[in-house]
Write a protein that binds this ligand. Structure first.
Ligand code: SF4
Length: 296
């Protein structure tokens, strides 16, 4: 892997499975807040996933898109790397999580019970950064995680429907940030035109527990709720999550604070989608600017 990229990411808290691979773990902000008893992320509210027992990881940092809203840097891309085996990744997870959280053991805000729970995670969110379907053994990784007793969320950009079709996570997320090919090119900036592949991936969603994740970027992709409604309705996805873009990380070089919608704008967009299809609003979390929708 490119050593500059590796060093930069290490400084940002990434824990790598191996020095020559980009499979990595990084506890999210909510994992640490949950450890201190300061609340949990919206996935706890919507789906019952306890944030301090959730490992945020990726089997690869490679990606085939350059999304405007992505918080990662495209300037420090990963180069050649070795692909870790699923067994290598799974056996490394508890140790990496422990190393990342070890400093919290002495915190006066962290109870011994919560700390021990955090060292025995129950859930793996394959959603850190990079596109996980570019890691060929992804279906085996997910089924092995399930065999080891973890529940799994997989977040994909939908460009590899062939790999996605073989994956059986507890919940499959497809990021859909455009309702037409032109906006897709503008927002996701794929290395190759992948709009038709994304459509194939959408067709998989109706066959399993799934969610369409719409990252709403104000002034960029917030103009066609009917288009999103049509794609969701045809896909048969279990849920839609409409989530406001957050002005974070390297995305600040591509977008401005004005592209970050208020929660009221996210709510209004979700209501507009609901008026065009069978999905209704089930729940919301204003702090994370996210609205959950499901079929009525
Ligand atoms: S697909 Fe995900 S990792 Fe890749 S550029 Fe887009 S947001 Fe970033």
């Amino acid at each position: 892997m490119h050593s500059g990229a590796c060093e930069l990411l290490r400084r940002q808290g990434y824990q790598f499975v191996s020095p020559d691979a980009s499979a990595a773990v990084k506890p999210c902000l909510w994992c640490k807040r949950s450890l201190r008893g300061e609340g949990m992320c919206y996935k706890a509210q919507f789906y019952g996933v306890e944030s301090h027992r959730c490992v945020q990881m990726t089997p690869t940092l490679k990606c085939n898109q350059r999304c405007l809203y992505c918080w990662r840097s495209f300037e420090h891309d990963v180069g050649e790397e070795r692909e870790c085996s699923p067994d290598e990744i799974i056996s490394a997870l508890p140790g990496l999580q422990k190393r990342a959280l070890s400093g919290y053991k002495v915190s006066p805000y962290v109870t011994p019970t919560r700390f021990h729970e955090a060292l025995a995670p129950r859930h793996v969110a394959i959603s850190l950064s990079g596109e996980p379907t570019l890691y060929e053994p992804l279906p085996t990784l997910i089924s092995s995680l399930t065999d080891h007793g973890y529940s799994t969320f997989l977040v994909s950009n939908g460009t590899r429907p062939d790999v996605l079709a073989k994956c059986r996570p507890m919940q499959l997320y497809l990021s859909l940030t455009a309702a037409d090919p032109e906006t897709y090119q503008k927002v996701c900036r794929p290395i190759e035109d992948s709009w038709e592949y994304v459509q194939e991936s959408l067709a998989i969603l109706g066959t399993r527990r799934s969610a369409i994740r719409i990252t709403l970027v104000e002034g960029v992709n917030d103009t066609d709720p009917a288009g999103f409604a049509r794609l969701a309705q045809n896909s048969g996805a279990t849920y839609i999550e409409v989530k406001g873009y957050m002005y974070l990380g390297y995305s600040r070089r591509r977008l401005s604070r004005n592209n970050m919608p208020e929660h009221t704008r996210v709510q209004a967009f979700a209501r507009e989608i609901a008026s065009c299809c069978d999905y209704t609003i089930l729940d919301e979390c204003p702090e994370s600017r996210v609205v959950l929708m499901g079929r009525s």
